[in-house]
Design a protein around this ligand. Structure first.
Ligand code: HEM
Length: 526
């Protein structure tokens, strides 16, 4: 059995070791490429499960895109965990909240937080979300009007302001008022939000610090830091900018979180997550156990503030770029929204089928978290959906792996694999979600040929550690897109926009992260 076990990983296909660097393995090439670009290419050549040479003499990494293997890994969140070496940086960036927790601690926090994300809870957030979306739309409309009816702008800071305001209000009853901050410059100048105005609000501090973090994440230091951590897990406070900047963001959000907890409650605008957390704390005091400590509450406020806004904004920025590049899709969406009338209440939004397809297609091509990583805590046998042909002509239908095996799971590559989604996999075609009967619809392969996850996507991961905020994210994305395209027309510019992971999906234009220029004008409504 031991011999068989060793052989299984050795038998995996993968890119030639000749193109691997002796010190960085294949990982530097992956870092230099766009988000999941290199893994997509290799997945096409070597199949949905292959191995690569790791940096710093670590044992080979398995890149897993096979649906059965991925589903198995995500379903067993006790034995497949985020790399223990990366927990200190997560604690540094987001605190020891839900994203950081593992095992029993995770199950406990997740159980306490889940009531804040039911369909009913999200329905209760609908008014606030609409108001914030309308504020964003008026900001952009006013900008266009003050520039003779059209403008070219960097959409990134606008979108982040809107989603930060939403998460502050719906989760904690806190108004960041970032949509009321002075507008960033209309031209897509590479100058960062941090350099455009004085820091006079929490929101500006968060945006500025995140912007620095994103740009630091594009440097070689950011590539190196996690690899050194993986090789020498005891080094947690490297003198590397990429790691220090993370502490800054947590410091800013942590200050706000402490204020919110001291205020001890929520105002009438919302505050679902905070209410849930405070109730859990009261329970702990009353029963001598079962709730969360004050520092866990503060860390969860930091966690939700950061992961609850930059993610949705990232997918939305790229979905707008797709709409800008596909004017007929944009017009079809506008027609559907205008036909429904001005009201975008929760139930109305659910009826917009093309909007639903556009959001799914945006999440398929541009998942805000383009890939994840897991480490096996014990020896295991992975089921395979697609058998692997070994060099001696046999077919492996399952794969024995050893404790400590590292997996990279590239969501983007899985969701754009032409062998699964068809030859038009890389194209933005919302019609594919409308079924064969839909207008221009190409339909989808049967569900058993697709990934396991929300709507047959892995954009929100899968299993016990899947995205707890997915209902909010999807609803919010729909309302923002519908509100914007109803009033505005988006056109692409000549800028070459690259997609990078830093640490979430980011547009990079002229070497600057967090820059995505779009042209806007007032929409002609038919
Ligand atoms: C388009 C928007 C979003 C996308 C694509 C997304 C994607 C993801 C993914 C892939 C994970 C799993 C990460 C991993 O295990 O490596 C995740 C986890 C998580 N997401 Fe989201 N997310 C989005 C929006 C949100 C929002 C709006 C919230 C909160 C309001 C949120 C809160 C979380 C939390 C707390 C976790 C950790 C869950 C756990 O470990 O139990 N996300 N998300």
């Amino acid at each position: 059995f031991l011999v068989r076990r060793r052989q299984d990983t050795r038998l995996l296909p993968g890119p030639s070791t000749k193109i691997a660097s002796w010190i960085w393995g294949h990982e530097l090439e992956v870092f230099h490429g766009e988000a999941a670009e290199v893994y997509s290419r290799w997945m096409y050549i070597y199949g949905p499960l292959f191995k690569i040479k790791a940096a710093l003499f670590h044992s080979d990494i398995i890149v897993a895109g096979d649906h059965a293997a991925v589903q198995h890994i995500f379903a067993d969140s006790i034995n497949y965990v985020k790399s223990p070496a990366f927990r200190p940086p997560i604690a540094n960036l987001l605190g020891k909240g839900l994203v950081w927790a593992e095992g029993e601690d995770h199950a406990h926090q997740r159980r306490l937080l889940s009531p804040a994300f039911t369909p009913e809870s999200v329905k209760g957030m609908a008014d606030v979300i609409s108001e914030c979306a309308e504020k964003l739309e008026s900001r952009l409309t006013n900008l266009a009007l003050s520039n003779g009816g059209e403008a070219t702008l960097n959409i990134v800071p606008y979108m982040s302001s809107c989603t930060l305001d939403i998460i502050g209000l719906v989760a904690f009853g806190h108004d960041f008022q970032s949509s009321s901050s002075p507008s960033p410059p209309p031209s897509p100048s590479p100058s960062s939000p941090s350099s455009t105005s004085a820091h006079n609000s929490d929101a500006e501090d968060i945006h500025a610090s995140w912007h620095t973090h994103v740009n630091t994440g594009l440097t070689f230091g950011a590539f190196l830091a996690p690899l050194v951590l993986r090789a020498v897990p005891l080094i947690t406070s490297l003198p590397v900018k990429a790691i220090q900047a993370q502490g800054e963001i947590k410091g800013i959000v942590g200050r706000i979180a402490r204020r919110l907890v001291e205020q001890g409650g929520v105002n009438r605008r919302g505050g679902n997550i905070l209410s849930v957390l405070m109730r859990a704390q009261a329970m702990e005091k009353g029963s001598g156990g079962g709730g969360l400590t004050t520092s866990q509450i503060i860390d969860n406020i930091s966690t939700f503030t950061m992961v609850g806004h930059e993610t949705t904004a990232g997918t939305l920025n790229f979905t707008l770029l797709e709409l800008a590049r596909n004017p007929s899709v944009q017009q079809k969406l506008r027609d559907e929204v205008v036909r429904r009338g001005r009201d975008l209440a929760y139930d109305d939004v659910q009826k917009l089928e093309y909007l639903d397809a556009v959001v799914k297609e945006g999440l398929r091509l541009h998942p805000a978290s383009p890939q994840t990583e897991r480490v096996a805590l014990k020896d295991d046998v992975l089921p395979l959906h697609t058998p692997i042909k070994t060099p001696d002509g046999k077919a492996l239908t399952s794969l024995c792996i050893k404790k400590g095996q590292v997996f990279h799971i590239p969501f983007t590559a899985i969701q754009t694999n032409p062998r699964v989604w068809g030859p038009d996999a890389a194209e933005f075609k919302p019609e594919r979600w409308m079924g064969e009967g839909g207008e221009g619809g190409s339909g989808l392969p049967p569900p058993n040929e697709l990934p396991h996850g929300w709507s047959n996507l892995v954009a929100f991961c899968d299993g016990p550690r899947s995205c707890i905020g997915y209902r909010l994210a999807v609803f919010e994305a729909k309302v923002i897109l519908a509100t914007l395209v109803r009033a505005l027309e988006f056109r692409a510019t000549d800028a070459v926009v690259r997609r990078k992971i830093s640490p979430t999906l980011q547009p990079v234009t002229d070497g600057k992260g967090g820059v995505l220029p779009l042209h806007i004008s007032l929409a002609m409504q038919t």
